[in-house]
Design a protein around this ligand. Structure first.
Ligand SMILES: [Zn+2]
Length: 288
């Protein structure tokens, strides 16, 4: 299920309606019983807190309130569940922190921090359930250099990132590699890409051994100004290029445009975020 700001407008302004909707969509967990007396609880308006709603114990001698956020992603922030829901929707839509901050009239730094928390959830989702390529057919690989990355203790160095694209599904895999040698680039491909597949790269020599690993390898000669060509291989037309990877590389570079954010930690978050966004999975599941 995917959501937009329009979805929230349709739910309406009542905090109880919002909480019910979030329970239905599994962003929040149902509290079975009062934590203090084990009595029955229900959702009730509660204006003392930002959410405007809480679980309320029905027993007259208790009547305690419990947050609706228990065990959820929403427990990690002080912002109201409505504001957080809007931030998650903006993040999923890939809105910038600046435009989101303006739209919601909250500080840009709050949005930046919240979006980082969102990225961590995408990263966790990718670590828990890594993407895998099994469509077969056409693949691409490329690599790009992220310059001047803070790798700790203010030591800055350049980092190579390899990208592999599965054309049939649009999935992308991204990983840091030590350098552009065959020893660094080939194992990423052999671990991911099914044998017998087509793989298209530029004419960087490190890829030359791919045909010895059970792949049908073709290159575009970037060094001679060629970026795409059509070729018949085994009777079928193929578009030989690695433009998908090049597009992803420029996305990675743009995301790491600010020197102050160019740390190994942030680089890994961005790589995971892009992998997740291209994985075809729900952009909202990691928040449920
Ligand atoms: Zn109670």
């Amino acid at each position: 299920m995917e959501y937009t700001l329009q979805t929230l407008e349709e739910v309406g302004d009542d905090p109880v309606d919002l909480a019910n909707w979030m329970l239905n969509e599994e962003f929040l967990e149902t509290l079975q019983n009062c934590r203090h007396c084990n009595g029955e609880v229900h959702l009730e308006r509660y204006n003392e807190i930002a959410d405007g709603v809480s679980w309320r114990c029905a027993r007259q001698d208790c009547r305690r309130h419990t947050s609706v956020r228990g065990n959820s992603f929403f427990a990690n922030s002080n912002l109201s569940i409505r504001v957080q829901m809007k931030l998650i929707i903006s993040f999923a839509a890939d809105s910038t922190a600046q435009s989101t901050a303006r739209l919601m009239a909250i500080s840009r730094q709050s949005v930046v921090n919240y979006f980082i928390a969102c990225r961590r959830n995408y990263q966790a989702a990718i670590l828990t359930e890594p993407i895998d390529f099994n469509a077969g057919g056409e693949y691409e690989s490329d690599e790009c250099l992220i310059a001047d990355v803070n790798v700790g203790n203010n030591i800055r160095t350049d980092i190579w990132v390899q990208s592999v694209a599965e054309r049939a599904t649009g999935q992308i895999y991204l990983t840091r590699v030590p350098d552009r040698s065959a020893v660094s680039l080939i194992p990423t491909i052999t671990a991911l890409v099914p044998q017998g597949s087509f793989i298209f790269t530029d004419d960087w020599a490190a890829y030359n051994s791919l045909r010895h690993h059970g792949y049908i390898h073709r290159t575009v000669n970037h060094s001679q100004g060629e970026y795409q060509r059509e070729e018949r291989i085994l009777g079928e037309r193929h578009s030989i290029h690695n433009n998908t990877c090049e597009g992803v590389n420029s996305l990675v570079s743009r995301r790491l445009g600010y020197r102050s954010r160019r740390t190994l930690h942030y680089l890994d978050l961005i790589l995971s975020e892009i992998i997740y966004r291209k994985s075809g999975r729900s952009l909202f599941d990691p928040f449920k």
